[in-house]
Write a protein that binds this ligand. Structure first.
Ligand SMILES: *Cc1c(COP(=O)(O)O)cnc(C)c1O
Length: 507
């Protein structure tokens, strides 16, 4: 049988479309009176809502609110999930995101009822196992990074940055004089300037040099005693190691500043080198990148923050302590920046990271970093004759190309990204970092096999060849997914947030 074409599928009546479903909105489905649950008849007298609630708190009935059965809802969302791309379905080389495969054993342990059902108000004496897990995870993160203290509270990378920069702010306040500025390279992730601004600092940008790195001389010329911290990423967002990191940290420390390292890219260096040894004072980890937790799509995350001992008084509270064989929570921390998150952070994510670290062990962690770097360099070497590499220095866990060659035929990074979808691959990160015009940032991670990398490389080569010979085929790609090429500009400028059915849609 021939493979049906996309056009034939679109014209086929519903029910003959194989796995391509024409999924309506929930608002277009259902029938009045349908309900997703059934309860036994109640055995107490019925009371009008107005009797027990102030009328102002009772909302009016929502017009055309969908009424659906449980099965309607389950099928709707399951079908929508099948339109989505995931790490479990195919290669997902999104740079700076570390979309590695998440071993299912991590979910098994996080689902153990002793963890999953553990109420956060359970007394400490009955929570020793969970507290021990958190304490030991902190110890592992300290060992991996060299940092002297770790707090697991922050719920995301950006939240870890906030916790870290609040501690830096508290540190300078305790010195008696608050500083005003934070220096950031122009390759920084957008969350870095956002964090610095949120903490009340003005942001001073330092331009990367022709290597794509921070030039210590340039830094020396702008670093002063008004600068609270330098925030950097190492390896940086070009996937390159800041080779002058020791000079950089000396320059900052000499003027009484601190160095913040964005540790979202720890995948390249874990088990190989300790971030603290580079003179770093604060580091956040993205457990939902490096330490294998599913992420993307807004799922829960964890962004623990590690610090050097002079920042210890300011750690978020409570801290977890281990004394005389008992694990306790210490709330009595007068100089703490306070609580960063309800209870103790996203505990399920901590269980996953703990399981991941324990199942890999020190050798496995190191091997993962080595394989991540090898895979990125394999892609870089295989594609460098086909795509322009704006920065030629050695890469670690990711590599950044751009569309310079393809633009000659009016094929842009966005066109290349869309075409990759037709080849069955999630596009890499595009147009980031901002210092690379038309960036295509590819991070394969260590979990991909050579076969997968070769298939991706083959697709990228074919796409480069297509850009030469048939640039017009890019303009309506991708063809294969249910939604092909949405008008992103109209979607952003005129978002349609409210759906009002027309009469014909109601009948
Ligand atoms: C992902 C990422 C962040 C932010 O992490 P979130 O968990 O998304 O808040 C910060 N910096 C870099 C370099 C990142 O890749």
């Amino acid at each position: 049988m021939n493979k049906p074409t996309k056009q034939a599928l679109n014209e086929a009546p519903i029910g003959e479309k194989g796995l391509v479903f024409n999924e309506p909105l929930l608002f277009e489905m259902g029938s009045p009176g349908r309900i997703a649950y059934s309860l036994p008849k109640h055995d107490v007298p019925e009371v009008e809502l107005e009797v027990i609630l102030p009328v102002t708190e009772i909302r009016d009935a929502i017009e055309h609110f969908p009424e659906l059965t449980e099965l309607d809802v389950v099928r709707h969302f399951t079908r929508l999930s099948q339109w989505n791309f995931s790490v479990d379905t195919n290669f997902y080389p999104l740079g700076s995101c570390t979309m590695k495969y998440n071993p299912k054993v991590n979910n098994e342990t996080a689902s153990l009822s002793g963890f999953a059902q553990h109420h956060p108000y359970t007394p400490e004496t009955l929570s020793q196992g969970s507290l021990q897990l958190m304490f030991e995870l902190q110890e592992y993160l300290k060992e991996i990074s060299g940092m002297q203290y770790v707090s697991l509270q922050p719920a995301a990378g950006a939240h870890g940055e906030l916790a870290g920069m609040l501690m830096i702010h508290a540190y300078h306040s305790a010195q008696g004089r608050q500083r005003k500025k934070v220096i950031l390279p122009d390759s920084a992730h957008g969350t870095n300037p956002a964090t610095a601004t949120l903490c009340g600092y003005s942001v001073v940008q330092i331009q990367s040099d022709e290597r794509g790195l921070i030039d210590p001389k340039k830094l020396e010329s702008i670093m002063d005693e008004e600068t609270a911290a330098v925030m950097l990423t190492n390896p940086n967002t070009l996937g390159m190691f800041e080779t002058d990191i020791l000079k950089i940290s000396d320059i900052v420390h000499e003027k009484g500043g601190l160095i913040y390292c964005d540790g979202a890219n720890l995948n390249a260096v874990m088990g190989k080198t300790k971030i603290k040894d580079m003179g770093i004072d604060v580091l956040h980890f993205n457990l939902h990148k490096t330490f294998s937790t599913p992420h993307g799509g807004g799922g829960p995350g964890a962004g623990p923050v590690g610090i050097v001992s002079k920042l210890e008084p300011f750690l978020p509270k409570p801290t977890i302590e281990h004394k005389d064989g008992k694990y306790t929570l210490n709330h009595d921390r007068p100089n703490s920046i306070g609580k960063m998150k309800a209870f103790y952070g996203n505990f399920g994510i901590l269980v996953r990271a703990y399981t991941y670290i324990r199942s890999l062990g020190p050798e496995g962690i190191k091997k993962a970093a080595e394989m991540a770097v090898l895979n990125a360099n394999y892609i870089k070497a295989s594609l460098s004759a086909h795509y322009h590499l704006p920065y030629k220095g050695p890469s670690l866990h990711e590599c950044v190309f751009n569309d310079k060659h393809q633009l000659k035929n009016k094929v842009s990074t966005m066109d290349i990204a869309k075409m990759l979808i037709d080849y069955g691959f999630h596009p890499p990160t595009v147009y980031f970092p901002l210092i690379v015009k038309g960036a295509l940032m590819i991070e394969p991670t260590e979990t991909e096999s050579k076969e997968t990398l070769d298939a991706f490389i083959m697709a990228m080569k074919e796409i480069a060849a297509l850009a030469e010979t048939k640039p017009e085929v890019f303009y309506d790609s991708p063809q294969m997914p249910v939604v092909s090429r949405p008008d992103e500009i109209s979607a952003a400028r005129n978002p349609k947030l409210k759906w009002t059915p027309t009469n014909s849609e109601l009948t």
